[in-house]
Design a binder for this molecule. Structure first.
Ligand SMILES: Cc1cc2nc3c(=O)[nH]c(=O)nc-3n(C[C@H](O)[C@H](O)[C@H](O)COP(=O)(O)OP(=O)(O)OC[C@H]3O[C@@H](n4cnc5c(N)ncnc54)[C@H](O)[C@@H]3O)c2cc1C
Length: 380
């Protein structure tokens, strides 16, 4: 049988995973990335079981997770430093949760895609896709494929060309992320290996001890927070909110920060004709659960499995891909979106609330349940 051809739009986490998975299933694949090179934006990323499983499926886990931080626990604390709840991870019977450098993740995905024969074209921006499998590019070129995978991120231009109804919520919060040089002086020794998230007012501060060279920080707040205006960090204001982490806040003032406003996207359908959409282009979510990338990869693996089933038309394969995977993806999205409700609560209410619900198995389970998500195919 001659191999079918797929065009993948976007060389991020979702697009690279889809391209590699399709090529492993025997498709000829060309991936177009708008930027002059395949590269990561952002600093670190948490991957839970589902994302790690996806990486393993395409053969990228060993390289991506080499040197990743595998902490003993994820701890949530009040601004004062008091522990509110704790999720033990990476132990026997516990969920896996690795913190990876984004660069390392994208490099590993890129390498696997190349190794399995994906044709990677950079400086190539798609402007539109048609249900018949035609893609149009900036500058006037076009190409046709048996399957087009749209993974061009939350601001997807290609999605907007498809006349596909969708809901897009631009949230009031966002985060500034940074990598700072590692130092034993930031935190007490007992905390150095933990992932810590502090809450104070409408601000959150995340610390992740990434590698021996760097730590990953995220400052989450309202986009109109004067202490993060224009992506500029007000060190005194953030140190007042998080006195336990003042040294980390000071370190962040010395390095570049990247700001992103959170978004939520839900499409009326995940495909149109020969075109399928995934990742942030199709199901963006705020990162409160650390699942946007994991979900993009899990769904990319599921897509490749479904469209590669023998004796099943593309139309039927795309329909069953969406039917079997959409409920789990949307459940994760909803759980993550719901966590915004913690933001307006005053500390005197939120701190005891988090302590109480952190003690209930159901709450922790609901946070980690999405990490068990597996790509689903409805046949072979
Ligand atoms: C603050 C923050 C923290 C996060 N933390 C986590 C976390 O801990 N764990 C987790 O799993 N997720 C996390 N996420 C979410 C995660 O980063 C995204 O869900 C993930 O990057 C989505 O991957 P994607 O491939 O769909 O899109 P992207 O990563 O945005 O990739 C899209 C790619 O398409 C390219 N492109 C754009 N337009 C075009 C075009 N017209 N033609 C061709 N190429 C194009 C872009 O250049 C880019 O390379 C976080 C997000 C934020 C904002």
């Amino acid at each position: 049988m001659t191999s079918r051809h797929a065009t993948v739009l976007g060389g991020g986490i979702g697009g690279l995973t889809a391209a590699a998975a399709l090529a492993r299933h025997g498709w000829s694949v060309r991936l177009h990335e708008r930027q002059p090179e395949i590269r990561a934006l952002g600093a670190g990323i948490y991957l839970w079981d589902n994302g790690l499983f996806a990486l393993d499926t395409i053969g990228a886990l060993t390289e991506a997770a080499d040197g990743a931080h595998k902490g003993p626990a994820f701890e949530v604390r009040a601004g004062s430093g008091k522990q509110l709840y704790r999720i033990p991870v990476n132990g026997e019977g516990q969920p896996r949760n690795y913190a990876l450098l984004r660069d390392k993740l994208i490099t590993a995905l890129h390498k696997v895609a190349r190794d399995v024969g994906v044709d990677l074209v950079t400086s190539s921006a798609a402007v539109a896709a048609r249900p018949d499998g035609t893609v149009e590019f900036e500058g006037g070129g076009s190409e046709s494929a048996d399957l087009v995978v749209v993974a061009d991120g939350v601001h997807s231009r290609v999605r907007d060309s498809l006349d596909l109804p969708y809901r897009r919520i631009r949230m009031t919060q966002g985060a500034a992320r940074a990598l700072v040089p590692s130092s034993p002086d930031y935190l007490p020794q007992a905390d150095a290996a933990k992932s810590l998230e502090y809450f104070h007012g409408r601000r959150r501060f995340l610390y992740t001890p990434m590698t021996s060279e760097s730590a990953y920080l995220a400052f989450t707040c309202d986009q109109n927070d004067a202490a993060m205006a224009g992506g500029h960090l007000d060190v005194r204001a953030w140190s007042r909110s998080f006195p336990q982490a003042a040294r980390l806040v000071e370190a962040a003032a010395e390095v570049p920060l990247r700001w992103d406003t959170f978004e939520f996207i839900q499409l009326a359908g995940w495909s149109r004709g020969k075109v399928a959409l995934l990742g942030d282009a199709a199901h963006a979510q705020p990162p409160y659960l650390g699942q946007g990338g994991g979900t993009a990869m899990t769904n990319a693996i599921a897509l490749a499995e479904n469209v590669s089933r023998r004796h099943v038309s593309l139309n039927e394969a795309l329909r069953s891909w969406e039917a079997s995977n959409r409920p789990a993806v949307e459940k994760t999205q909803r759980s993550s979106y719901r966590m915004r409700l913690l933001n307006p609560l005053p500390d005197r209410l939120r701190d005891p609330l988090l302590t109480a619900i952190g003690r209930s198995r159901g709450f922790i389970d609901s946070q980690v349940r999405s990490s068990h998500m597996r790509p689903r195919s409805s046949g072979n």
